[in-house]
Each structure stands twice: as structure tokens, then as C-alpha cells.
Design a protein. Structure first.
Length: 97
């Protein structure tokens, strides 16, 4: 369990750090070439869920989406706790990542 929490915290910190870096250095919609003609970074803000899903949902209804997300998270946590009991180190690493 300690391995899962440690990996999760490291990944979460790296995720938030890269988001803060992108928000502080990139202008929305303006590509920044990293490798000319091959790789560029472009900041795009997403008002909805994954890939803009439900972006047109009125703000009053977003609490329903939040409750659904919490229910799904609770189900996944229950499954993860059962897997941790029998899966060993590979399962702990997979869940942590």
C-alpha cells in the first residue's frame, strides 16, 4: 500500500508541475516548436470533461457529473483494494501509476 501511495503522489506532483509550467509559459492556441517540423506544444483549454465531453452542460448540472465521478471512483477504489491483497508488487506499481 505504501508503494501505491508513493507512486501516486509522485505522479500527481509531476502532473500538476507540468500543468503549471504549461500555463505559465504557453499562450493558448499558439504552437511552440520543440523539434522543428516534428514536435510542437500548443496550449488548449478544455471546459468540459475528457475531450470536451459535456462542455455545453449548464453549470448547475455539473454537480451531478461530480457525483457520478465520485461513485465511479469509489467502485474503482473497492476493486483496487481487492486486487492489492492478492496481486503483489506488480499490481501495486500498476495501481500507483
Amino acid at each position: 500500500m505504501k508503494l501505491v501511495l508513493a507512486l501516486t503522489l509522485v505522479i500527481l506532483a509531476l502532473d500538476q508541475a507540468t500543468k503549471l509550467l504549461a500555463l505559465s509559459r504557453l499562450v493558448p492556441g499558439v504552437p511552440v516548436e520543440v523539434v522543428d517540423g516534428f514536435f510542437a506544444l500548443t496550449l488548449v483549454l478544455n471546459p468540459g470533461l475528457a475531450f470536451g465531453f459535456l462542455s455545453a452542460t449548464p453549470p448547475e448540472w455539473r454537480w451531478l457529473v461530480a457525483l457520478g465521478s465520485l461513485a465511479a471512483l469509489a467502485a474503482l477504489l473497492g476493486l483496487a483494494s481487492r486486487l492489492l491483497l492478492t496481486g503483489g508488487r506488480p499490481v501495486a506499481v500498476a495501481l500507483g501509476l
